[in-house]
Design a protein. Structure first.
Length: 81
């Protein structure tokens, strides 16, 4: 019942003949990329600006958090009296 069934006359697998292609490698020339001093300066200025913006966001968030803590403590003290 669970035994595999084989065909009565098996057919041989087809024969493929491979032809050898010319093994010349294809060389692609890489594009020339020239890095100028202007590009380096632009990247550095962009990095400095982004770092300054990140620092400004961090300082602002810290000051808002400190103000929230101070206001909360003032309101808590006012409710007690």
């Amino acid at each position: 019942m669970f035994l595999p069934r084989y065909p009565d006359s098996p057919t041989p697998p087809p024969v493929h003949h491979h032809t050898v292609a010319d093994p010349t490698p294809v060389r692609r020339s890489a594009p020339q990329i020239s890095i100028t001093s202007g590009a380096v300066v632009a990247v550095l200025v962009g990095g400095v600006v982004l770092t300054a913006l990140l620092a400004a966001v961090a300082v602002s968030a810290t000051s808002v958090a400190v103000c929230a803590v101070v206001i909360r403590s003032m309101l808590r003290d006012q409710r007690r009296h």
